[in-house]
Design a protein around this ligand. Structure first.
Ligand code: NAD
Ligand code: UDX
Length: 478
């Protein structure tokens, strides 16, 4: 089929939800059904109250509000959606394996494999399968093998269409993508399938921004893009350590080098370390692939990006402990922010989790305020880390902290001022805009003295806070 009228997407998460909502909004002539095994998640996508959508993204509520019920549907009936659609996106999770072969490194492809098996079983006419999930190079080959294992005389065409949206700006990114990448086979059927997907995007993306490549190039481009982006953050973070020792200012250095058009100014913001569900996972996946293809020098080169990031998170936690006279046990440390970046409720791999864990090793009392993250989420992030530490992450010594201790030592607030009252120190972990506009004099007055602030995002007004009397420590400012 070259004119697509029905699309299904398996996986209603941070990628499947927003991407399909935008496709549906921009292509009213296409029926888009997003399916998921997670009943609660689908119920939340269908909630009449648009503030209850399972993914928080600026502008997403409006897009869903416009298209849902018209040509956008959320459902748990995976078989029906597969059966009806001419084109099926796979947007399931591909987390780092936590067990067995490739533990702590390789991508776990079990959800992708399950989808492929289900499609093979249910389909009874030709389908185009689109890899939206981020996958290791040559996964399309495995998917094809599974699809073709049920010999029903049906033709499947597999395309790779990696997603480049960033959380917090997903809708904007989907409206104005720098590029849309579609990889497919070079044969005639492959080209027809590519054209069908190009036609979908061409409804709102200028044609010259839609690039088509071979399958393997497309799959590898996604891992490469994330590796390059993360590499820039680790590079500037490595320099932040040197700034702190020498009296240079990392923001000034970033500005000075970023004005060189060959370097560019984006992704040079020094921080407590990058988080999110993608960067670490995708680099480790790349490292694993390089080892698989016997390229240890290449593997080690990229692994260093993750090692430096572990170091940056550790450096931040250690600095808090050092400055608080070498112990935080029993002290109230307040975290502003828990999400991995602003404007999202996503906490996966957030630097805050690791910094909290390291402070908990010393039995600090951690009080948290984040505008979008719930107490359940914070606790479950910390409990999860105890069970699934990457054995490679050796930045600090640790022992397992029980969930009872976590419940006792970690308090989540819904009011920032109560979170900061009587605190020994405040640490900024996420760059939420509202943190800049708090009444810092009022905060200072209620805190224990000396009043320490550790700004892990360099967003607070240094002159003002120092004048008030805070003992302020920023990233990369000597
Ligand atoms: P997610 O965990 O938010 O969502 C995945 C969903 O798939 C879950 O709701 C899960 O229940 C569902 N699922 C898993 N197996 C299923 C099955 N067999 N049938 C039906 N539903 C199933 O993950 P995400 O953040 O949306 O990421 C999805 C993929 O996109 C990953 O490969 C990720 O690397 C990639 N990606 C993510 C981002 C991002 O910003 N989060 C950006 C680009 C690419
Ligand atoms: C990333 C990629 O940007 C996106 O293209 C891909 O599709 C998915 O992975 P995401 O993880 O959602 O997106 O957010 P991003 O804006 O890249 O931020 C990732 C982490 O890096 C965050 O913790 C952020 O705070 C941090 N970061 C980003 C910095 O520390 N400094 C920077 O200059 C930029």
């Amino acid at each position: 089929p070259s004119k697509i009228t029905k699309i299904a997407c398996i996986g209603a998460g941070y990628v499947g939800g927003p991407t399909m909502s935008v496709i549906a909004q921009q292509c009213p002539h296409i029926q888009v059904t997003v399916v998921d095994l997670n009943v609660q998640r689908i119920a939340a996508w269908n909630d009449p109250d648009l503030s209850k959508l399972p993914v928080y993204e600026p502008g997403l509520d409006e897009v869903v509000g416009e298209a849902r019920g018209r040509n956008l549907f959320f459902s748990t009936d995976v078989d029906k959606a597969i059966h009806e659609a001419q084109m099926i996106f796979m947007a399931v999770n591909t987390p780092t394996k936590t067990f067995g072969v490739g533990r702590g490194m390789a991508a776990d492809l079990k959800y992708v494999e399950l989808c492929a098996r289900q499609i093979a079983r249910v389909a009874d006419e030709d389908k185009i399968i689109v890899e939206k999930s981020t996958l290791p190079v040559r996964t399309a080959e495995s998917i094809k093998t599974i699809l073709e294992s049920e010999t029903k005389g049906i033709k499947f065409k597999v395309l790779s269409n990696p997603e480049f949206l960033a959380e917090g700006t997903a809708i904007e990114d989907l409206y104005k993508s720098d590029r849309v990448l579609i990889g497919g086979d070079e044969d005639e059927d492959g080209q027809i399938a590519i054209q069908a997907l190009v036609d979908v995007y061409a409804n709102w993306i200028p044609r010259e921004k839609i690039i088509t490549t071979r399958l393997w190039s497309s799959e590898l481009s996604k891992l490469t893009a994330n590796a390059f982006l993360a590499q820039r953050i680790s590079s500037i973070n490595s320099i932040s350590a040197l700034c702190e020792q020498t009296g240079a200012d990392v923001d000034e250095v970033a500005r000075a080098i970023g004005m060189d058009t060959r370097i560019g100014s984006k992704f040079l913001k020094s921080s407590v370390g990058f988080g999110g569900s993608c960067f670490q996972k995708d680099i480790l996946n790349l490292v694993y692939l390089c080892h698989h293809f016997n390229l240890p020098e290449v593997a080690n080169y990229w692994e260093q990006v993750v090692i430096l990031n572990d170091y940056q998170k550790h450096r931040f936690a250690k600095r808090i402990i050092d400055k608080l006279f070498n112990t935080v046990s029993g002290k109230k440390i307040t975290f502003l922010g828990w999400a991995f970046k602003k404007d999202t409720n996503d906490t996966r791999e957030s630097a805050a989790i690791y910094v909290a864990d390291e402070l908990l090793q010393d039995r600090a009392e951690i009080h948290i305020f984040d505008p979008k993250v719930s107490e359940e989420q914070v606790h479950s992030d910390l409990v999860y880390l105890q069970k699934h530490r990457r054995s490679q992450a050796t930045a600090y010594e640790y022992e397992e902290i029980t969930s009872e201790e976590i419940k006792k030592l970690v308090v989540v607030h819904t009011d920032p001022y109560s979170a900061m009252e009587k605190a020994h120190a405040i640490a900024v972990l996420t760059e939420w805009d509202e943190f800049k506009t708090y009444d810092w004099q009022k905060v200072y007055d209620t805190m224990l003295k000396p009043a320490f602030v550790f700004d892990g995002r360099n967003i607070l007004d240094r002159t003002k806070l120092t004048e008030i009397g805070f003992n302020l420590h920023s990233i990369g400012k000597g």
